[in-house]
Each structure stands twice: as structure tokens, then as C-alpha cells.
Design a protein around this ligand. Structure first.
Ligand code: J2J
Length: 542
């Protein structure tokens, strides 16, 4: 793997191959906006509340925002921290930045100061884009604190409903009617950075190039047969790869369809939008799907327009998968993806049995996958092992993470996913577990090391281990197992994490106290025994 200072790149021969094979279109994401306008001009591209934008109006909004960004001095290669909920502002700003070659770093609204500050330290953004508030959190106050610690940030930009009293620029104030020519952006360069679920105490950034991300979205849209009649409901937070580009928003726009923005993912907001806009496609994580399945039992909103529900992000049980066609009245597709790249989909013409029991197969023929044992040797056909992958839209390394990249990638450039999988007779992958130190809580990823380190900062906690415990609602909940000098309650742990400005989804759901660790026969800490104990001691919250 050849490494530039910050962003590892693929070997030249691989890049040439992808270009030769027309997998990489050599087109920047920002330049797509004009192409879409010329193909789909009067189609509705985006809907948020009462606002509908055609492709022509979308282009106009992107151009004026782009000029505004340029007027405050943003330039190609700059980084901008973006932390917006599902909104037009998100999409318009994103494409405006793409046009300038400015790289948005896509943080989720649920993230709090500890993550954002660490990401700013890593990436030195020149601007930070926030909503004024969302779901009760004051982002302006958070931004003020971040800026005082991060000297690279010159601008706090606040999405539309900015109170006039703030000293910060609102995004709409920025919009300029000046004509903006799309800059000449190298399509092999980084277009955006996604956040990794992470396995370590420090966050990692995933640099995705114009070429690879365009392919990711376009090929996914073709596989899912998106077209001008597609209406996609963006339900999951759109800073996440899945609703953004698998095919998600960008894939829908590639095909001339309509994107409807859903501000929160509950059925109470989503169902009426499906009915109102005759939504045909959407994507969910398993925990939300369970909620939708339950809600449909008593909610009689007409969601019969729904044709396809994609479910991914965490293991979807066959018991729930089988209910989707009957209860929600649409086809199911399982998606096993990762922000680092590789996407596996069940196909629309797969037999139901494969769709219910497997997580599909790679998006394209150029995806290389291998399943290996602990020594990196291929396992026998059908056996379980770690999935390693490389391909035209899988990264060659994380941003500015040279040491970590040495272990996260093999010497021949394969990404070690940390996922345990097997392949069935039909060639579909089945996710069996993971070896990475991560908890998958309702599709949101928690790096075990980060939370263990934070638990150890409590004065009474001497040792801490965070384990995933099977949970009927979340798929997995997290349990803090501690050895402490004095009793520590879950609410004391919450207080600690709140003081450290940690995102809420990372708080342990359960705590158990021990006086010594249970050990395996060879003397390692027996995590299975800890998980069993967590299950035995659990009292469901009421
Ligand atoms: C089991 N585990 C899964 C699945 C992801 C589409 C869909 C999901 C993501 C995503 C994504 C899983 N069954 N169906 O980016 O574009 C776990 C694996 C994987 C990790 C990646 C997309 N689908 N997972 O979830 O970067 O452990 O991406 O390595 O958030 O989620 O997490 P993330």
C-alpha cells in the first residue's frame, strides 16, 4: 500500500484498472448536479416538510450556497465539520462543498463534544456547521465550546432557523446569487469523510473519493432498480453511509427519483410521510424495523406504496425478516455494509429463503472478499472466518492513522472487517459474529476501548470491561462489568459520561459489579461468563 502523508491510496495499477473498466467514471460529485438537472430538470428531487425542489431548483440552491461558501474563504482541500439532521440544508451544503473540493466530515447529530472535539483535533476543520438545536440539544453552545479548544475553526455556520441573536452566520445568509463555476476537482481525490464505528479509544475518519463514492451510489441504485418513479424516504441519519449512498439519497438522485427527508426515524413521523408522498423505498436498521413491525399492528396509515425495505447495519433475525413482506406489505432486502466500503445486498430476484436467512453478496465483480482464520489463511468452503476485502470503493486506509492502518489492513491491502462470516451454497454471506472490540447497539457502533477507558477515570472503578449482551429491542445492549473499591451505580456512570460529553447511545445499559474476573481454562477473562451473568441479573427498565 502506497501512503501519502495523510490519506493512503490504492496502488496505481488498481486505480488504472477501475478507470479502464469504467467503474470509476472520473467525475466529481459536485459536477453531477448539472448533469442531473439536464436529465431530470422538472422532476422533484427533494422534499422537506412543505418545500419541494425540482432538479433545476436544487442546482440553483447548490450554486448559490457554493458561492457563499467561497465568499467566506473556503477553498479546495479545506475540511468542514458538518453535524446536521436530515434536512435540505444537509444535502445542499454537502453538494456545494463537493463543488468547491472542500471536504465535509459527516458527524451524526447524536454525537457529543468528546467525539466532535477529537475529530476536530484530527482533521483541523475551518468551519463547523450545526443546527441551532435538534431534539432538545443546544448545538450552538456545544460549537462555542468546541471552537474555544480548536483553533482551526474560523466559522460557525448555523442551519436555517438561527435565532438572530447569535453572533454566527446562518447558512441561508451565506447564499449568494453570484455565478459559480464548478471547480475542476480531481475525481480521485477525497470527496468526503465518513465516521468509522471504531474499535479503539480514538475516532477514525474514512476518506471516500469522488470516484469511489459515485460508483458506490450509482451501482447500488442500479442493483436496487431505482428509477425516476422511485421515492426514497431518508429515515436513518443521513450522515450515515447507508441512507446517504447505498443507494440512499445520492443513488436516488443519480436515477432522477425523489428524496423525502424524515427528521426522526419513528413510525409516527415516517408512516404519514410514506402515505403522503407515496414513498416506494427506504432503509432501516433491525431495531427500527422491529418498531415499525409492531406499530403496523395498530397503525392504519396507508403505507402500501412501499415496494422495498432495505435492512442493514446489524444482524437481522430470520424471525423478524420473515414478517416484513406480510406486515409491511413490501419486499425485503438485507444489506451488510460498512462505511469503509464493501456493500453486500440480497438481490431483488433472490428466493425469499435467501433474503430472510442471508446478508447477500458483494455489489460488484471487482469486490474481492476472502474469509480467513486467525493466521490469515483461507478457511474451508462454508466455514466461518474473518471477512477481509478490497475493491473499487473500499478504502486503502483511514485518514491520518498510519499506525492503526498497519493492523487494520493486510500487507496486500485488504481491509480486516473484524466480522465473522461464512458463505452458503448460493454464494451469499451470513454474518455469524465479530472479532472486533465493538458493540453494535441498534446499529450504532460503540468502541469498547473508549468506554472502558472512560469508566476507569471514575475514582472508585479499578477495572472495567464492556460486553455486548443480547437484547430483544436493541439487538445488543452494553453492560459495564466493573471491579470497584466502593459501589458504583449506573446513574453515577451516567453522570461521569455526561460530564465527559459522551454521546448518549454509548452509555452502558446495565452495570454489574464483581470482586474478581471469571477466567477461562487458559487464564483469560471469560467474557462469555460475564455476558451470561449480565443476562441473569438483568431487570428490564419499565
Ligand atoms: C450484521 N452486521 C452488520 C448486517 C452492518 C449499509 C448497511 C450497513 C452499514 C453499516 C453501511 C450488517 N448484519 N446486515 O455503512 O452502507 C455491522 C458489521 C459491519 C459494521 C459496519 C451501509 N450490516 N453490520 O452498518 O460502518 O459489523 O456501516 O462491519 O456503521 O456494521 O458499520 P457501519
Amino acid at each position: 500500500m502506497k501512503t501519502t502523508i495523510d490519506t493512503p491510496v490504492r496502488p496505481k495499477a488498481e486505480q488504472d484498472l477501475y478507470i479502464e473498466e469504467n467503474i470509476w467514471q472520473q467525475q466529481s460529485l459536485g459536477s453531477l448536479v448539472a448533469d442531473w438537472r439536464s436529465q431530470f430538470s422538472d422532476n422533484v428531487a427533494l422534499i422537506e416538510d412543505e418545500t419541494e425542489l425540482t432538479y433545476a431548483q436544487f442546482e440553483q440552491r447548490v450554486i448559490t450556497r457554493s458561492a457563499g461558501f467561497r465568499n467566506i474563504g473556503l477553498k479546495a482541500g479545506d475540511h468542514v465539520m458538518m453535524q446536521l439532521p436530515n434536512s435540505l440544508d444537509f444535502i445542499i451544503s454537502c453538494f456545494a462543498l463537493f463543488q468547491l473540493g472542500v471536504i465535509p466530515i459527516l458527524a451524526m447529530p447524536a454525537q457529543r463534544e468528546s467525539d466532535i472535539a477529537a475529530l476536530c483535533e484530527l482533521s483541523n476543520p475551518v468551519a463547523y456547521i450545526v443546527p441551532s438545536s435538534y431534539l432538545g440539544h443546544d448545538y450552538i453552545a456545544m460549537a462555542q465550546r468546541i471552537v474555544s479548544a480548536c483553533s482551526s475553526i474560523e466559522h460557525i455556520l448555523v442551519a436555517s432557523d438561527t435565532p438572530t441573536s447569535t453572533p454566527y452566520t446562518s447558512l441561508s445568509q451565506l447564499d449568494s446569487t453570484e455565478y459559480m463555476q464548478v471547480s475542476n476537482i480531481d475525481p480521485t481525490s477525497t470527496a468526503l469523510m465518513l465516521l468509522s464505528g471504531g474499535t479503539t479509544g480514538t475516532p477514525k475518519l474514512i476518506p471516500r473519493s469522488h470516484n469511489d463514492y459515485y460508483f458506490n451510489a450509482k451501482a447500488s441504485a442500479e442493483l436496487c432498480q431505482f428509477n425516476e418513479q422511485t421515492t426514497y424516504l431518508a429515515v436513518l441519519p443521513i450522515a450515515h453511509n447507508f441512507p446517504l449512498a447505498c443507494p440512499g439519497i445520492i443513488g436516488t438522485l443519480c436515477q432522477g427519483g425523489t428524496v423525502v427527508l424524515c427528521p426522526t426515524p419513528g413510525p409516527d413521523e415516517a408512516f404519514p410521510l410514506i402515505e403522503q408522498h407515496k414513498v416506494t423505498h427506504t432503509a432501516l436498521v433491525p431495531a427500527l424495523t422491529k418498531l415499525w413491525l409492531e406499530a403496523k399492528q395498530w397503525d392504519d396509515t396507508d403505507i402500501s406504496s412501499l415496494q422495498l425495505l432495505q435492512v442493514g447495519g446489524a444482524k437481522f433475525t430470520a424471525e423478524q425478516a420473515i414478517q416484513v413482506p406480510d406486515v409491511l406489505g413490501c419486499q425485503l432486502q438485507q444489506v451488510f455494509g460498512m462505511a469503509e466500503g464493501l456493500l453486500c445486498f440480497t438481490r431483488l430476484d433472490d428466493p425469499l429463503n435467501e433474503v430472510v436467512h442471508t446478508q447477500g453478496r458483494p455489489l460488484c465483480d471487482f469486490d474481492k472478499v476472502r474469509i480467513v482464520d486467525e493466521q490469515d489463511n483461507p478457511v474451508a468452503q462454508g466455514d466461518v472466518g474473518e471477512l477481509q476485502t478490497k475493491g473499487p470503493y473500499t478504502i486503502a486506509g483511514y485518514y491520518k492513522a498510519q499506525a492503526h492502518n498497519q493492523t487494520a489492513f493486510t500487507t496486500d491491502g485488504f481491509y480486516r472487517t473484524g466480522d465473522l462470516v461464512r458463505v452458503n451454497q448460493a454464494g451469499n454471506l451470513i454474518v455469524e459474529g465479530r472479532i472486533k472490540e465493538q458493540i453494535n447497539r441498534a446499529g450504532e457502533k460503540i468502541a469498547v476501548a473508549e468506554i472502558e477507558q472512560r469508566l476507569l477515570s471514575h475514582p472508585y472503578i479499578d477495572e472495567a470491561i464492556l460486553v455486548p449482551v443480547p437484547d430483544a429491542y436493541l439487538g445488543e445492549r452494553s453492560c459495564a462489568c466493573i471491579i470497584s473499591s466502593q459501589p458504583v451505580s449506573l446513574s453515577e456512570v451516567y453522570q461521569l459520561l455526561q460530564e465527559q460529553q459522551v454521546a448518549r447511545f454509548k452509555y452502558p445499559d446495565q452495570i454489574i459489579s464483581l470482586s474478581f474476573w471469571p477466567l477461562t481454562a487458559i487464564g483469560k477473562i471469560n467474557k462469555k461468563a460475564l455476558i451470561k451473568r449480565a443476562e441473569d441479573e438483568y431487570v428490564e427498565p419499565n
